[in-house]
Design a protein around this ligand. Structure first.
Ligand code: UD1
Length: 380
């Protein structure tokens, strides 16, 4: 019988939403260091200080062991470039498994390389489905799950989604939500909203925090790449600022689209604060203090549910239905009347104190690492 050797796991990150998911997993692996050797690979899908470095610093994520530095490109270019650069890492490292998180292009690219090399794939945040294949992330989710050997889910709907695609339930474990591990671990360290707002709107910050403000994020191609859609959304949000100050940290993609379509003037209003992308702790502080969050992000739908803050999702669908059934989320799409109505209702709501969804308790990463070590050791 072969002597039991230390397990070797390659963990992959690429884009901003991956960083808060990998942080608690790396920490949980560190606690099992005698049994597991972990290598962190960063594809470089996101690379700006604002989109990348600040998260590693604030969250204390160890520096990547390997940086692939792929940068931006079309989906085909980006995915292909990650694959080409990831393959030699696998050849050199020969891991027992590759762990990928979320649904970005780097997730699928690395899962595909590993699977074709006969290396087992582990997917954290598996089984989410929007049923909207115009979203690049939906394609990434479906294919990554098909390639995965062990799948960790965040909500019950995911199990049925995977079953309907022929994925056996014995590969799947409901571990909870690693993003909420990070939120709960960092909540006390969040930068108070007043500090962030003072640096942008000066003396008005006090009034905004006391009276309540809306926190807006928007970066999905379906919302920002079409000039007519973007203009409609900015119009209704500008109008909403008469009722409620709006704080808008902008993704680089959104900023460049607004400039390209000549829509900057729509946001030139006294009660709209425009910011660049924020660090994790600044964003968490603003989310905790917001009266309502308006977003097309997946992560914020979950974070607002965990915090009990009303959330209006500027999309027609969500891959995270638990945030609607058990949380504070409401789909308002891009219809101005639905957005107005959503804001009106949110302003009447008290902050929810409802329990969080099952296993959104800060311990998802420990559950994942414990299960993964047992599972991977059994197949070594
Ligand atoms: C990606 C993910 C999306 C996630 C989002 C969070 C995919 C398919 N999409 O979208 O699921 O919600 O990250 O941010 O993987 N850019 C910069 N600096 C950077 C990174 C990007 O300026 O550090 C700009 C570039 O102009 C780039 C554009 O943003 O072309 C889009 O970046 P990309 O990584 O292709 O997708 P995101 O829109 O960020």
């Amino acid at each position: 019988m072969r002597a039991k050797t230390k397990l070797r796991i390659v963990c992959v990150v690429g884009a901003r939403p991956n960083f808060m998911k990998i942080m608690p997993i790396m920490k949980a692996f560190a606690e099992r260091a005698p049994e597991v050797e972990v290598r962190l690979v960063h594809t470089g899908q996101h690379y700006d200080v604002d989109m990348n470095d600040r998260f590693f610093g604030q969250l204390g994520i160890p520096a990547p062991d390997v940086s692939l530095e792929v940068g931006s490109g079309t989906h085909a270019q980006q995915t292909a470039e990650v694959m080409v650069r990831f393959e030699p890492v696998i050849d050199e490292c020969r891991p027992d498994a590759v762990l990928v998180v979320g649904d970005v292009n780097s997730t699928l690219a690395c899962a595909l390389v590993a699977a074709k090399k006969g290396v087992r794939v582990v997917h954290v945040e598996a089984g989410l489905r929007s049923r909207d294949r115009t979203m690049p992330e939906e394609i990434n989710r479906i294919l990554t799950d098909q390639l995965s050997d062990r799948l960790y889910i965040t909500e019950d709907d995911a199990l049925a989604n995977l079953a309907s695609e022929g994925i056996a339930s014995d590969k799947v474990m409901h571990a909870g939500n690693v993003m909420i591990d990070t939120l709960l671990a960092n909540r006390a360290r969040a930068v108070p909203a007043i500090e962030t707002l003072t640096s942008i709107v000066g003396a008005n910050a006090q009034e905004w925090v006391e009276q309540g403000f809306g926190l807006l994020t928007m970066h999905r191609p379906s919302n920002v790449d079409d000039p007519a859609v973007l203009e409609t959304l900015l119009g209704v949000l500008a109008e909403a600022s008469d009722t409620l100050p709006i704080v808008f940290p902008m993704h680089p993609r959104t900023r460049s689209k607004i400039a390209e379509f000549g829509l900057d003037r729509m946001l030139d209003r006294p009660r709209i604060a425009l910011l660049g992308p924020l660090g994790y702790l600044e964003m968490l502080g603003l989310t905790c203090a917001a009266r309502v969050v308006l977003t097309d992000s997946g992560g914020l739908q979950e974070e607002t549910t965990a915090l009990g803050v009303p959330c209006l999702t500027l999309r027609e669908n969500t891959e995270r239905p638990v945030t609607i059934h058990e949380g504070t989320n409401r789909l308002v799409g891009r219809d101005p009347e639905a957005i107005r109505e959503g804001i009106r209702i949110a302003l009447m709501q008290d902050r929810s104190t409802a329990a969080r969804p099952h296993n959104w308790d800060g311990c998802a990463s420990q559950r994942i690492v414990e299960d993964l070590v047992a599972w991977a050791s059994a197949g070594q």
